[in-house]
Unconditional design. Structure first.
Length: 471
Protein backbone atom coordinates (compact mmCIF):
# COMPACT_ATOMS: atom_id res chain seq x y z
CA UNK A 1 0.00 0.00 0.00
CA UNK A 2 1.29 3.52 -0.71
CA UNK A 3 2.24 5.68 2.26
CA UNK A 4 0.95 9.14 3.21
CA UNK A 5 2.30 11.61 5.74
CA UNK A 6 -0.23 12.67 8.37
CA UNK A 7 1.05 15.92 9.82
CA UNK A 8 -0.12 16.35 13.45
CA UNK A 9 -0.37 19.86 14.87
CA UNK A 10 -3.17 20.98 17.21
CA UNK A 11 -5.05 17.73 16.70
CA UNK A 12 -3.23 15.43 19.10
CA UNK A 13 -5.73 12.58 19.02
CA UNK A 14 -6.49 9.37 17.14
CA UNK A 15 -10.29 9.28 17.52
CA UNK A 16 -12.31 11.63 15.31
CA UNK A 17 -9.17 12.75 13.52
CA UNK A 18 -10.35 13.63 10.00
CA UNK A 19 -6.85 13.76 8.45
CA UNK A 20 -5.90 10.35 9.79
CA UNK A 21 -9.31 9.02 8.83
CA UNK A 22 -9.04 10.40 5.30
CA UNK A 23 -5.59 8.87 4.81
CA UNK A 24 -6.85 5.45 5.91
CA UNK A 25 -10.06 5.67 3.89
CA UNK A 26 -8.21 6.54 0.68
CA UNK A 27 -6.04 3.48 1.07
CA UNK A 28 -2.80 4.98 2.40
CA UNK A 29 -0.54 3.69 5.16
CA UNK A 30 -0.29 6.73 7.45
CA UNK A 31 3.08 7.95 8.67
CA UNK A 32 2.35 10.19 11.68
CA UNK A 33 4.61 13.23 11.71
CA UNK A 34 5.13 16.06 14.20
CA UNK A 35 7.26 19.12 13.42
CA UNK A 36 7.89 21.55 16.27
CA UNK A 37 8.45 24.88 14.53
CA UNK A 38 7.76 27.71 17.03
CA UNK A 39 9.73 30.12 14.83
CA UNK A 40 6.90 29.85 12.30
CA UNK A 41 4.26 31.10 14.77
CA UNK A 42 5.23 34.77 14.50
CA UNK A 43 4.88 36.77 17.72
CA UNK A 44 2.75 34.06 19.26
CA UNK A 45 5.14 31.13 19.58
CA UNK A 46 3.73 28.87 22.30
CA UNK A 47 4.36 30.00 25.87
CA UNK A 48 5.98 28.07 28.69
CA UNK A 49 2.81 26.55 30.20
CA UNK A 50 1.57 25.56 26.77
CA UNK A 51 4.87 23.85 26.01
CA UNK A 52 4.72 21.95 29.29
CA UNK A 53 1.29 20.64 28.27
CA UNK A 54 2.35 19.88 24.72
CA UNK A 55 5.28 17.82 25.99
CA UNK A 56 2.93 15.51 27.87
CA UNK A 57 0.29 15.48 25.18
CA UNK A 58 2.85 14.43 22.54
CA UNK A 59 4.08 11.68 24.82
CA UNK A 60 0.51 10.46 25.22
CA UNK A 61 -0.03 10.51 21.45
CA UNK A 62 3.27 8.74 20.86
CA UNK A 63 2.31 6.06 23.40
CA UNK A 64 -1.13 5.59 21.80
CA UNK A 65 0.47 5.19 18.36
CA UNK A 66 2.99 2.65 19.69
CA UNK A 67 0.20 0.60 21.18
CA UNK A 68 -1.32 0.35 17.71
CA UNK A 69 1.89 -0.65 15.97
CA UNK A 70 2.76 2.80 14.59
CA UNK A 71 5.06 5.59 15.76
CA UNK A 72 5.28 9.40 15.76
CA UNK A 73 8.13 10.70 13.61
CA UNK A 74 9.32 13.94 15.23
CA UNK A 75 11.66 16.26 13.34
CA UNK A 76 12.68 19.86 14.04
CA UNK A 77 13.24 22.44 11.34
CA UNK A 78 11.26 24.45 8.81
CA UNK A 79 7.97 22.64 8.26
CA UNK A 80 8.14 22.88 4.49
CA UNK A 81 11.67 21.47 4.30
CA UNK A 82 11.05 18.71 6.83
CA UNK A 83 7.94 17.60 4.93
CA UNK A 84 9.85 17.55 1.64
CA UNK A 85 12.66 15.51 3.23
CA UNK A 86 10.18 13.05 4.67
CA UNK A 87 8.36 12.70 1.36
CA UNK A 88 11.64 11.81 -0.37
CA UNK A 89 12.84 9.48 2.37
CA UNK A 90 9.53 7.64 2.83
CA UNK A 91 8.31 7.62 -0.76
CA UNK A 92 4.98 8.96 0.54
CA UNK A 93 2.49 9.84 -2.16
CA UNK A 94 0.20 12.13 -0.22
CA UNK A 95 0.08 14.53 2.69
CA UNK A 96 -2.87 15.01 5.04
CA UNK A 97 -3.31 17.51 7.84
CA UNK A 98 -5.99 19.18 9.94
CA UNK A 99 -6.26 22.93 9.54
CA UNK A 100 -4.83 25.57 11.85
CA UNK A 101 -6.35 29.05 11.81
CA UNK A 102 -3.67 31.32 13.31
CA UNK A 103 -2.65 34.26 11.13
CA UNK A 104 1.03 33.25 11.11
CA UNK A 105 0.62 29.62 10.11
CA UNK A 106 -2.34 29.87 7.73
CA UNK A 107 -0.27 31.41 4.91
CA UNK A 108 2.54 28.91 5.57
CA UNK A 109 0.15 25.99 5.17
CA UNK A 110 -1.39 27.50 2.05
CA UNK A 111 2.08 27.92 0.50
CA UNK A 112 3.06 24.32 1.31
CA UNK A 113 -0.18 23.05 -0.19
CA UNK A 114 0.19 25.12 -3.33
CA UNK A 115 3.84 24.19 -3.90
CA UNK A 116 3.32 20.46 -3.43
CA UNK A 117 0.16 20.37 -5.52
CA UNK A 118 1.97 22.22 -8.29
CA UNK A 119 4.32 19.23 -8.38
CA UNK A 120 1.36 16.88 -8.77
CA UNK A 121 1.50 15.71 -5.16
CA UNK A 122 -1.76 14.95 -3.33
CA UNK A 123 -2.37 17.27 -0.36
CA UNK A 124 -5.54 17.34 1.65
CA UNK A 125 -6.50 19.49 4.64
CA UNK A 126 -9.46 18.77 6.94
CA UNK A 127 -11.33 20.33 9.84
CA UNK A 128 -10.58 18.73 13.21
CA UNK A 129 -11.00 21.82 15.36
CA UNK A 130 -14.30 23.56 14.77
CA UNK A 131 -17.99 22.81 14.59
CA UNK A 132 -18.27 25.18 11.64
CA UNK A 133 -15.56 26.60 9.40
CA UNK A 134 -15.17 30.38 9.86
CA UNK A 135 -15.94 31.02 6.19
CA UNK A 136 -19.13 28.94 6.22
CA UNK A 137 -21.04 31.34 8.50
CA UNK A 138 -22.07 34.71 7.08
CA UNK A 139 -24.37 37.56 7.96
CA UNK A 140 -27.39 38.15 5.73
CA UNK A 141 -25.35 40.83 3.97
CA UNK A 142 -22.69 38.22 3.22
CA UNK A 143 -19.93 39.38 5.58
CA UNK A 144 -18.40 38.14 8.82
CA UNK A 145 -20.19 38.53 12.15
CA UNK A 146 -19.04 40.96 14.83
CA UNK A 147 -21.91 40.32 17.22
CA UNK A 148 -22.20 37.03 19.09
CA UNK A 149 -25.95 36.37 19.38
CA UNK A 150 -26.80 36.35 15.65
CA UNK A 151 -23.61 34.34 15.02
CA UNK A 152 -24.73 31.84 17.65
CA UNK A 153 -28.21 31.57 16.11
CA UNK A 154 -26.77 30.99 12.68
CA UNK A 155 -24.33 28.33 13.94
CA UNK A 156 -27.06 26.51 15.85
CA UNK A 157 -29.35 26.55 12.82
CA UNK A 158 -26.66 25.10 10.56
CA UNK A 159 -25.16 22.61 13.02
CA UNK A 160 -25.22 19.01 11.78
CA UNK A 161 -24.02 16.00 13.77
CA UNK A 162 -20.77 14.61 12.40
CA UNK A 163 -20.01 10.90 12.34
CA UNK A 164 -17.90 9.72 15.26
CA UNK A 165 -14.81 7.58 14.65
CA UNK A 166 -13.14 5.66 17.45
CA UNK A 167 -9.35 5.51 17.38
CA UNK A 168 -8.18 2.79 14.96
CA UNK A 169 -7.34 -0.41 16.85
CA UNK A 170 -4.17 -0.98 14.83
CA UNK A 171 -2.04 1.00 12.40
CA UNK A 172 0.69 -0.01 9.94
CA UNK A 173 4.29 0.12 11.18
CA UNK A 174 6.43 3.10 10.16
CA UNK A 175 9.62 1.96 8.32
CA UNK A 176 12.65 1.85 10.66
CA UNK A 177 14.70 3.83 8.16
CA UNK A 178 12.61 6.92 8.87
CA UNK A 179 14.49 8.54 11.73
CA UNK A 180 13.10 11.04 14.19
CA UNK A 181 13.98 12.73 17.46
CA UNK A 182 12.81 11.89 20.96
CA UNK A 183 10.10 14.12 22.43
CA UNK A 184 12.37 14.67 25.45
CA UNK A 185 14.90 16.35 23.14
CA UNK A 186 12.49 19.12 22.09
CA UNK A 187 13.01 21.15 25.26
CA UNK A 188 9.28 21.56 25.85
CA UNK A 189 9.25 20.31 29.43
CA UNK A 190 10.43 22.90 31.97
CA UNK A 191 13.95 22.27 33.28
CA UNK A 192 12.97 23.51 36.71
CA UNK A 193 9.76 21.78 37.70
CA UNK A 194 7.69 24.93 38.22
CA UNK A 195 4.82 23.12 36.51
CA UNK A 196 4.58 20.51 39.30
CA UNK A 197 1.28 21.93 40.59
CA UNK A 198 -0.33 21.67 37.14
CA UNK A 199 -0.50 17.92 37.12
CA UNK A 200 -2.58 17.70 40.29
CA UNK A 201 -5.32 19.21 38.14
CA UNK A 202 -4.61 17.95 34.64
CA UNK A 203 -3.95 14.83 32.58
CA UNK A 204 -2.87 15.94 29.09
CA UNK A 205 -3.65 13.64 26.18
CA UNK A 206 -6.62 12.01 24.54
CA UNK A 207 -7.44 9.68 27.44
CA UNK A 208 -7.36 12.60 29.87
CA UNK A 209 -9.66 14.60 27.58
CA UNK A 210 -12.25 11.83 27.39
CA UNK A 211 -12.07 11.35 31.17
CA UNK A 212 -12.59 15.08 31.74
CA UNK A 213 -15.70 14.99 29.55
CA UNK A 214 -17.09 11.93 31.37
CA UNK A 215 -16.43 13.49 34.76
CA UNK A 216 -18.20 16.66 33.66
CA UNK A 217 -21.24 14.85 32.29
CA UNK A 218 -21.54 12.75 35.46
CA UNK A 219 -21.03 15.73 37.75
CA UNK A 220 -20.83 19.46 37.13
CA UNK A 221 -23.07 19.44 34.05
CA UNK A 222 -26.08 19.37 36.34
CA UNK A 223 -26.33 22.95 37.54
CA UNK A 224 -23.76 24.26 35.03
CA UNK A 225 -25.82 27.29 34.11
CA UNK A 226 -26.31 28.41 37.73
CA UNK A 227 -22.85 27.56 38.98
CA UNK A 228 -20.47 28.22 36.10
CA UNK A 229 -19.66 31.67 37.49
CA UNK A 230 -18.64 30.42 40.93
CA UNK A 231 -14.87 30.05 41.13
CA UNK A 232 -14.70 28.23 44.47
CA UNK A 233 -15.85 24.92 42.96
CA UNK A 234 -15.32 22.79 39.89
CA UNK A 235 -18.53 23.77 38.12
CA UNK A 236 -17.30 23.82 34.52
CA UNK A 237 -15.96 21.17 32.15
CA UNK A 238 -12.21 21.94 32.40
CA UNK A 239 -12.01 21.00 28.73
CA UNK A 240 -10.30 24.13 27.40
CA UNK A 241 -6.70 22.83 27.14
CA UNK A 242 -7.94 19.52 25.75
CA UNK A 243 -9.91 21.40 23.09
CA UNK A 244 -7.00 23.71 22.34
CA UNK A 245 -4.59 20.82 21.70
CA UNK A 246 -7.23 18.93 19.78
CA UNK A 247 -7.25 16.00 22.19
CA UNK A 248 -11.02 15.74 21.76
CA UNK A 249 -13.30 16.88 18.95
CA UNK A 250 -15.90 19.53 19.84
CA UNK A 251 -18.54 17.58 17.92
CA UNK A 252 -17.86 14.53 20.11
CA UNK A 253 -18.34 16.71 23.17
CA UNK A 254 -21.73 17.75 21.82
CA UNK A 255 -22.67 14.21 20.82
CA UNK A 256 -21.97 12.90 24.32
CA UNK A 257 -23.93 15.76 25.87
CA UNK A 258 -26.85 15.06 23.57
CA UNK A 259 -26.65 11.41 24.57
CA UNK A 260 -27.02 12.47 28.20
CA UNK A 261 -29.86 14.94 27.52
CA UNK A 262 -32.87 14.71 29.84
CA UNK A 263 -35.52 17.33 30.55
CA UNK A 264 -33.69 18.24 33.77
CA UNK A 265 -30.42 18.83 31.95
CA UNK A 266 -31.89 20.75 29.02
CA UNK A 267 -30.94 24.25 30.06
CA UNK A 268 -27.52 23.21 31.35
CA UNK A 269 -26.67 21.47 28.08
CA UNK A 270 -27.91 24.40 26.01
CA UNK A 271 -25.94 26.81 28.20
CA UNK A 272 -22.79 24.75 27.79
CA UNK A 273 -23.14 24.50 24.02
CA UNK A 274 -23.54 28.27 23.92
CA UNK A 275 -20.10 28.58 25.57
CA UNK A 276 -18.63 26.19 23.02
CA UNK A 277 -20.02 28.47 20.32
CA UNK A 278 -18.10 31.39 21.88
CA UNK A 279 -15.02 29.41 20.91
CA UNK A 280 -16.34 29.17 17.34
CA UNK A 281 -16.96 32.94 17.39
CA UNK A 282 -13.37 33.54 18.50
CA UNK A 283 -12.06 31.53 15.53
CA UNK A 284 -14.50 33.25 13.19
CA UNK A 285 -13.15 36.65 14.30
CA UNK A 286 -9.50 35.58 14.12
CA UNK A 287 -9.99 34.26 10.61
CA UNK A 288 -11.79 37.32 9.28
CA UNK A 289 -9.86 39.94 11.28
CA UNK A 290 -6.40 38.39 11.66
CA UNK A 291 -4.80 41.72 12.57
CA UNK A 292 -6.78 41.72 15.84
CA UNK A 293 -4.35 39.36 17.55
CA UNK A 294 -2.25 42.54 17.88
CA UNK A 295 -4.60 45.43 17.10
CA UNK A 296 -7.89 46.73 18.46
CA UNK A 297 -10.86 45.38 16.59
CA UNK A 298 -12.63 48.64 17.35
CA UNK A 299 -10.47 51.43 15.82
CA UNK A 300 -12.03 53.96 18.19
CA UNK A 301 -9.41 52.77 20.70
CA UNK A 302 -6.41 53.30 18.45
CA UNK A 303 -5.64 56.65 20.08
CA UNK A 304 -6.68 55.61 23.59
CA UNK A 305 -4.51 56.91 26.46
CA UNK A 306 -3.30 53.58 27.88
CA UNK A 307 -0.91 53.96 30.80
CA UNK A 308 2.67 52.85 30.13
CA UNK A 309 3.13 49.43 31.76
CA UNK A 310 4.92 50.36 35.01
CA UNK A 311 7.05 47.27 35.79
CA UNK A 312 6.28 47.35 39.53
CA UNK A 313 2.50 47.48 38.96
CA UNK A 314 2.56 44.92 36.18
CA UNK A 315 4.63 42.57 38.34
CA UNK A 316 2.30 43.05 41.30
CA UNK A 317 -0.56 42.00 39.04
CA UNK A 318 1.34 39.06 37.56
CA UNK A 319 2.44 37.77 40.96
CA UNK A 320 -0.88 38.22 42.72
CA UNK A 321 0.28 41.01 45.06
CA UNK A 322 -2.01 43.87 44.04
CA UNK A 323 -3.66 44.05 47.45
CA UNK A 324 -7.06 43.27 45.90
CA UNK A 325 -7.79 39.72 47.13
CA UNK A 326 -9.95 38.38 44.27
CA UNK A 327 -7.43 39.65 41.71
CA UNK A 328 -4.53 38.14 43.63
CA UNK A 329 -6.39 34.85 44.06
CA UNK A 330 -6.93 34.59 40.30
CA UNK A 331 -3.36 35.42 39.39
CA UNK A 332 -2.03 32.88 41.90
CA UNK A 333 -4.45 30.19 40.73
CA UNK A 334 -3.10 30.79 37.23
CA UNK A 335 0.50 30.49 38.37
CA UNK A 336 -0.14 27.30 40.33
CA UNK A 337 -2.51 25.41 38.04
CA UNK A 338 -1.96 26.94 34.58
CA UNK A 339 -5.59 27.99 34.39
CA UNK A 340 -7.96 30.55 35.88
CA UNK A 341 -11.71 30.51 36.31
CA UNK A 342 -13.52 32.42 33.54
CA UNK A 343 -15.26 34.87 35.88
CA UNK A 344 -11.96 35.68 37.56
CA UNK A 345 -10.25 36.10 34.15
CA UNK A 346 -12.77 38.85 33.54
CA UNK A 347 -12.15 40.45 36.95
CA UNK A 348 -8.34 40.45 36.64
CA UNK A 349 -8.64 41.62 33.02
CA UNK A 350 -10.90 44.52 33.94
CA UNK A 351 -8.55 45.47 36.79
CA UNK A 352 -5.54 45.54 34.43
CA UNK A 353 -7.16 47.36 31.51
CA UNK A 354 -9.39 49.73 33.47
CA UNK A 355 -8.16 50.33 37.02
CA UNK A 356 -4.52 50.17 35.93
CA UNK A 357 -5.36 51.26 32.36
CA UNK A 358 -2.67 49.06 30.84
CA UNK A 359 -3.01 47.87 27.26
CA UNK A 360 -4.94 44.62 26.90
CA UNK A 361 -1.92 43.12 25.11
CA UNK A 362 0.03 43.23 28.39
CA UNK A 363 -2.55 40.89 29.88
CA UNK A 364 -2.86 38.80 26.73
CA UNK A 365 0.91 38.20 26.67
CA UNK A 366 1.05 37.14 30.32
CA UNK A 367 -1.88 34.77 29.87
CA UNK A 368 -0.23 33.46 26.72
CA UNK A 369 2.84 32.42 28.67
CA UNK A 370 1.12 31.07 31.76
CA UNK A 371 -2.14 29.42 30.64
CA UNK A 372 -2.15 25.74 29.70
CA UNK A 373 -5.22 26.53 27.58
CA UNK A 374 -3.55 29.54 25.89
CA UNK A 375 -5.35 29.78 22.58
CA UNK A 376 -4.78 32.69 20.24
CA UNK A 377 -8.41 32.96 19.15
CA UNK A 378 -9.97 32.64 22.62
CA UNK A 379 -7.33 34.73 24.37
CA UNK A 380 -7.64 37.56 21.86
CA UNK A 381 -11.41 37.51 22.10
CA UNK A 382 -11.30 37.43 25.91
CA UNK A 383 -8.86 40.32 26.22
CA UNK A 384 -10.46 42.49 23.56
CA UNK A 385 -13.84 41.80 25.16
CA UNK A 386 -12.80 42.76 28.68
CA UNK A 387 -10.67 45.66 27.43
CA UNK A 388 -13.71 47.01 25.58
CA UNK A 389 -11.84 47.13 22.27
CA UNK A 390 -13.33 44.03 20.67
CA UNK A 391 -16.39 42.61 19.01
CA UNK A 392 -19.59 42.74 21.01
CA UNK A 393 -17.38 43.66 23.96
CA UNK A 394 -18.09 44.75 27.50
CA UNK A 395 -18.18 48.50 26.95
CA UNK A 396 -15.07 50.22 28.26
CA UNK A 397 -17.17 52.17 30.74
CA UNK A 398 -18.27 48.90 32.35
CA UNK A 399 -15.56 48.72 35.00
CA UNK A 400 -15.88 45.59 37.13
CA UNK A 401 -15.75 46.40 40.82
CA UNK A 402 -13.50 43.60 42.13
CA UNK A 403 -14.93 43.88 45.64
CA UNK A 404 -18.60 43.49 44.70
CA UNK A 405 -17.70 40.85 42.09
CA UNK A 406 -15.98 38.83 44.82
CA UNK A 407 -18.89 39.31 47.23
CA UNK A 408 -21.32 38.12 44.57
CA UNK A 409 -19.41 35.19 43.07
CA UNK A 410 -17.28 34.07 46.02
CA UNK A 411 -19.62 34.97 48.90
CA UNK A 412 -17.89 32.74 51.46
CA UNK A 413 -14.46 33.98 50.28
CA UNK A 414 -13.48 30.32 49.86
CA UNK A 415 -11.73 30.91 46.56
CA UNK A 416 -9.88 33.88 48.03
CA UNK A 417 -8.92 31.80 51.07
CA UNK A 418 -7.60 28.95 48.95
CA UNK A 419 -5.26 31.08 46.82
CA UNK A 420 -4.43 33.88 49.27
CA UNK A 421 -4.00 31.84 52.44
CA UNK A 422 -2.41 34.73 54.35
CA UNK A 423 -5.92 36.24 54.54
CA UNK A 424 -7.51 33.16 56.08
CA UNK A 425 -7.27 34.46 59.62
CA UNK A 426 -9.43 37.47 58.71
CA UNK A 427 -13.21 37.31 59.19
CA UNK A 428 -14.92 36.40 55.90
CA UNK A 429 -16.48 39.81 55.30
CA UNK A 430 -13.15 41.56 55.73
CA UNK A 431 -11.44 39.37 53.12
CA UNK A 432 -13.04 41.16 50.16
CA UNK A 433 -11.52 44.59 50.92
CA UNK A 434 -9.05 44.10 53.78
CA UNK A 435 -7.57 47.61 53.48
CA UNK A 436 -10.81 48.90 54.97
CA UNK A 437 -9.88 47.15 58.25
CA UNK A 438 -6.25 48.25 58.58
CA UNK A 439 -5.79 47.15 62.17
CA UNK A 440 -7.07 43.62 61.53
CA UNK A 441 -4.97 43.40 58.39
CA UNK A 442 -1.85 44.47 60.25
CA UNK A 443 -2.41 41.99 63.06
CA UNK A 444 -3.79 38.96 61.22
CA UNK A 445 -2.29 39.18 57.73
CA UNK A 446 0.97 41.09 58.16
CA UNK A 447 2.54 39.84 54.90
CA UNK A 448 -0.33 41.03 52.68
CA UNK A 449 -0.17 44.51 51.02
CA UNK A 450 -1.63 47.24 53.27
CA UNK A 451 -3.28 49.06 50.34
CA UNK A 452 -4.26 48.12 46.78
CA UNK A 453 -1.74 49.28 44.17
CA UNK A 454 -4.46 51.59 42.84
CA UNK A 455 -7.29 53.29 44.66
CA UNK A 456 -10.36 51.54 43.24
CA UNK A 457 -12.53 54.65 43.12
CA UNK A 458 -9.84 56.86 41.58
CA UNK A 459 -8.81 54.13 39.13
CA UNK A 460 -12.36 53.80 37.93
CA UNK A 461 -12.78 57.55 37.53
CA UNK A 462 -9.49 57.86 35.63
CA UNK A 463 -10.59 55.05 33.31
CA UNK A 464 -13.90 56.74 32.60
CA UNK A 465 -12.17 60.07 31.98
CA UNK A 466 -9.73 58.44 29.54
CA UNK A 467 -12.64 56.74 27.80
CA UNK A 468 -14.52 60.05 27.45
CA UNK A 469 -11.42 61.34 25.64
CA UNK A 470 -11.72 58.70 22.88
CA UNK A 471 -14.60 60.73 21.43
P1 LIG B 1 -16.54 25.68 30.21
O1 LIG B 1 -17.41 26.69 30.87
O2 LIG B 1 -16.74 24.28 30.58
O3 LIG B 1 -16.75 25.89 28.64
C1 LIG B 1 -16.56 24.85 27.68
C2 LIG B 1 -15.66 25.31 26.57
O4 LIG B 1 -16.23 26.41 25.89
C3 LIG B 1 -14.31 25.82 27.06
O5 LIG B 1 -13.41 24.75 27.27
C4 LIG B 1 -13.89 26.73 25.91
O6 LIG B 1 -13.32 25.99 24.85
C5 LIG B 1 -15.22 27.31 25.45
N1 LIG B 1 -15.43 28.61 26.11
C6 LIG B 1 -16.01 28.84 27.30
N2 LIG B 1 -16.05 30.16 27.54
C7 LIG B 1 -15.46 30.77 26.50
C8 LIG B 1 -15.19 32.13 26.17
N3 LIG B 1 -15.55 33.13 26.96
N4 LIG B 1 -14.55 32.40 25.01
C9 LIG B 1 -14.19 31.39 24.17
N5 LIG B 1 -14.41 30.08 24.43
C10 LIG B 1 -15.05 29.78 25.58
N6 LIG B 1 -10.17 30.27 26.78
C11 LIG B 1 -9.25 29.47 26.21
O7 LIG B 1 -9.55 28.33 25.86
N7 LIG B 1 -7.98 29.93 25.98
C12 LIG B 1 -7.58 31.19 26.33
O8 LIG B 1 -6.42 31.57 26.07
C13 LIG B 1 -8.53 32.03 26.96
N8 LIG B 1 -8.18 33.27 27.37
C14 LIG B 1 -9.13 34.08 27.97
C15 LIG B 1 -8.77 35.38 28.38
C16 LIG B 1 -9.69 36.20 29.00
C17 LIG B 1 -9.29 37.62 29.44
C18 LIG B 1 -11.01 35.74 29.22
C19 LIG B 1 -12.02 36.62 29.90
C20 LIG B 1 -11.38 34.46 28.82
C21 LIG B 1 -10.46 33.61 28.20
N9 LIG B 1 -10.81 32.30 27.78
C22 LIG B 1 -9.87 31.52 27.17
C23 LIG B 1 -12.21 31.82 27.87
C24 LIG B 1 -12.59 31.03 29.14
O9 LIG B 1 -12.13 31.69 30.28
C25 LIG B 1 -12.07 29.60 29.15
O10 LIG B 1 -12.34 28.97 27.92
C26 LIG B 1 -12.75 28.80 30.26
O11 LIG B 1 -12.46 29.38 31.50
C27 LIG B 1 -12.25 27.38 30.22
O12 LIG B 1 -12.80 26.62 31.27
P2 LIG B 1 -13.75 25.39 30.95
O13 LIG B 1 -13.16 24.54 29.88
O14 LIG B 1 -14.01 24.70 32.26
O15 LIG B 1 -15.02 26.15 30.42
Amino acid sequence: MPAALVWFRNDLRLADNPALQAALETGFEPIPVYIPAPHEEGKWAPGAASNAWRHRSLKALSHDLHQRGSRLVVRQGDSSQVLRDLIVESGAQALFWNRKYEPATQPRDAAIKQALRAQGFEVRSCNATLLVEPWDVQTKAGGPYKVFTPFYRNVMASLRARALYDAPTSLPAVPDALKGEGIEMLGLAPRLTWDRGFWDTWTPGETGAHEALDVFIDGALRGYLDQRDLPDRVATSMLSPHLHFGEIAPWRVIAQLEGARTAKLDTDIDGFIRQLVWREFAYHLMHHFPQTVEENLNPRFDGFAWEPATPSKLQAWQRGMTGVPIVDAGMRELWHTGVMHNRVRMIVGSFLTKHLRMHWLEGARWFWDTLVDADLANNTLGWQWIGGTGADAAPYFRVFNPVTQAQKFDPQARYIGRWVPELEALPVKVRFAPWESPELLRQLAPSYPRQPIVDLVQGRQAALAAYAGTG
